[in-house]
Every structure is written in structure tokens, then in C-alpha cells.
Design a binder for this molecule. Structure first.
Ligand SMILES: [Zn+2]
Length: 76
């Protein structure tokens, strides 16, 4: 019993710190306006929607499609 509680507690605190790390990283890194992958200018609409965007639409599609499946960048 105690082992299970302990494991759950550990898992929860790990998740919390992982989430916090992601939040801190994304809020600390405002976009430079250039794609960090291909160095192209990031679309203004994209920056307005996400001031922390690090990738242009093309590169983000590649990367985000993996994580967010349903998300699209909109019409081109
Ligand atoms: Zn790019």
C-alpha cells in the first residue's frame, strides 16, 4: 500500500515539474521572428497567434503535426 502511494506521489511531482519546465521554457522564449529551423521569417499571423513561435509555418507543420495531429497552420 505504502509503496503504491509513494509511487503515485513521485509520478505526480514528476509530472508537475515537467509541466512547469515546459511552461517556463515557452514563456521565457519570445519568438525572434525568424524560424529557428530554416531561418525564414515567421508569418505575422502566426506570431500574433503565438508570440512564442520558434518555427515558420512549414517547419512547425512538420514538428507540430507530430505532437498535435489535429492542429493545422491554416490556408496558404
Ligand atoms: Zn522554417
Amino acid at each position: 500500500m505504502d509503496d503504491v502511494d509513494f509511487a503515485t506521489e513521485r509520478a505526480e511531482s514528476f509530472n508537475a515539474s515537467a509541466i512547469q519546465m515546459v511552461l517556463q521554457r515557452s514563456s521565457a522564449t519570445l519568438s525572434t521572428g525568424s524560424c529557428r529551423s530554416c531561418d525564414a521569417d515567421i508569418e505575422e499571423d502566426r506570431l500574433r497567434a503565438n508570440p512564442h513561435a520558434q518555427l515558420c509555418c512549414d517547419c512547425a507543420e512538420d514538428e507540430e503535426a507530430e505532437r498535435l495531429k489535429a492542429r493545422r497552420c491554416g490556408p496558404r
